[in-house]
Design a binder for this molecule. Sequence first.
Ligand SMILES: Nc1ncnc2c1ncn2[C@@H]1O[C@H](COP(=O)(O)OP(=O)(O)OP(=O)(O)O)[C@@H](O)[C@H]1O
Length: 245
Amino acid sequence: MSLTATGQPIILSDVNLSYGSQPVLRGLTLHVDAGEIYALLGGNGAGKSTTMSTLLGFARPDSGTVLVAGHDPAEQPDKAREQIAYVPENVALYEHLTARENAAYLLALAGRHPALQEIDGAFEATGLQASAWDKRLGGFSKGMRQKVAIAIALLREVPVLLLDEPSSGLDPRATADFNRLVHDVARKGAAVLMVTHDLLSAADIADRIGFLESGRIVDEASAQGTDRFDVRDLHRKFAREAVTA
Ligand SMILES: Nc1ncnc2c1ncn2[C@@H]1O[C@H](COP(=O)(O)OP(=O)(O)OP(=O)(O)O)[C@@H](O)[C@H]1O
């Protein structure tokens, strides 16, 4: 695992990015430590997806520093992506392959060849019921798909986990299961950056919450020990930002 001198797997420092004449990221600075869960909250158009695209090497900043486990995604996209497990809002898996086949195939593409027991162990850790392991993905719910995606992420043992709107479309039970899993991944040492509109989830699992407005962090809050976030307070901040964005 290659880290930067500061040991932070996710670094965005003073990042500026425009689409044509429209500035989208404006001096964005955001660092995530190993083992930390950072929730990025922001209204529509605040630049959350662009931030993800920048980390994945799909969008090139005009200036500033972006490092994923020490690699600049714009210069070395393959190296950066090797360090990232990315779970998009709608997980893309092979519909005609079973859960086990999806895991084996996608991990092979990433250069890993875990034994079947390891794949099953990861499914077990995610709470995906054993009766689904040999079923084709075609009939899976969104929650089940996310479990397969997280199992693959667990087996890749990468230092960076990026989650895009992970709880949208999940019922409260599935959201709680998913949050528990993300928590476990972070406790194993991954830096987790999640983009979300779900204040409850953010309050539940984030160590830090950043409010993104017009491409920069305008406010940040940290959980202090066992003191969690006050959701009503978050809502007030979020609503204000959404109004002023
Ligand atoms: N490929 C692109 N080309 C031009 N403009 C873009 C492109 N992608 C995003 N934008 C613009 O950049 C701004 C930020 O978009 P982005 O998708 O990053 O915001 P977001 O916070 O993810 O919003 P949402 O919550 O609606 O998904 C928006 O004004 C959007 O129209």
